[in-house]
Design a protein around this ligand. Structure first.
Ligand SMILES: Nc1ncnc2c1ncn2[C@@H]1O[C@H](COP(=O)(O)OP(=O)(O)O)[C@@H](O)[C@H]1O
Ligand SMILES: [Mg+2]
Length: 243
């Protein structure tokens, strides 16, 4: 069966540093995969290449069987893949609703002018990630880290993805906020969303994923069922600092 996402021999060099060193893996339709590894392992660099924000040094990225390696980021988003950022990137002068509007914006400015914003959908998305009516006109400077991550999720969902790449979605959140985001992910899993989730918080990650890929120094060091990956000795040495 054709895979939603297939990465083949991905290499990314930054000068003398190989940040992604011959990475190959597939995501399965409707499955959720954890991508784990210590700081600097290359997780975010994989996301940036999948989205076309960084061009790979070599290797191929396929979305539902088509090579997307040379497409622009907006073209990839149109094909149904999107990501969140480790450091939330809202437009600081825009309200919560306006930030979501950016994700919803149709491809052409002409459509935007003739159709105008889809306010109902903006509000629906904002409420679905847990914002209240009162939050909708807030600007990002007044939001907690939990709210900023919810906004990242809503902006990503606005592009109508089939595959979502989540980068450190739980970083800087309270337990209550982690639970909210986790619930949101669980609901989308029921609707057959395919996820690749980076998280340092293995406890929060475990119930959300079917399997895991562990990387260190840009290479895959273990892959398979989450419980097996986190108990793998190479992973424990690299990632958990224990043996
Ligand atoms: N734009 C860049 N220029 C040079 N080096 C980079 C750049 N982005 C990431 N790196 C390096 O690539 C390696 C992998 O980084 P990153 O993908 O951010 O790791 P992770 O997300 O797993 O913490 C690190 O050594 C980092 O310093
Ligand atoms: Mg990172």
């Amino acid at each position: 069966m054709v895979k939603p996402l297939s990465i083949k021999n991905l290499v990314k060099n930054f000068g003398g540093l190989t940040a992604t060193d011959d990475i190959s893996f597939d995501l399965e339709e409707g499955q959720s995969t954890g991508l784990i590894g210590p700081n600097g392992a290359g997780k975010t660099t994989i996301f940036s290449q999948i989205m076309g924000e960084y061009r790979q040094t070599s290797g191929i990225i396929e979305l539902y069987g088509s090579d997307i390696s040379k497409l622009s980021t907006p073209a990839r988003i149109r094909l149904g893949i999107s990501r969140t950022y480790q450091v939330p990137r809202p437009f600081s002068d825009f309200s919560v609703l306006e930030n979501i509007r950016v994700g919803l914006m149709p491809d052409s400015i002409w459509k935007m002018i003739t159709q105008g914003p889809n306010r109902e959908r903006e509000i629906e998305l904002a409420l679905s990630v847990g914002f209240s009516e009162d939050d909708l006109q807030q600007t990002p400077d007044t939001l907690s880290m939990g709210d900023l991550r919810k906004l990242e999720m809503a902006r990503t969902m606005a592009t109508n993805p089939k595959i979502m790449l989540l980068d450190e979605v739980f970083a800087g959140l309270t337990v209550g906020e982690i639970n909210q985001i986790a619930k949101l992910i669980q609901n989308m899993r029921k609707e057959n969303m395919t996820f690749l989730i980076v998280s340092h918080d293995l406890k929060a990650l475990e119930p959300l994923v079917d399997d895991a890929i562990a990387i260190n120094y840009g290479k895959i060091i273990a892959q398979g069922a989450f419980s097996e990956v986190i108990s793998d000795s190479a992973v424990r040495t690299s990632y958990l600092g224990t043996e």
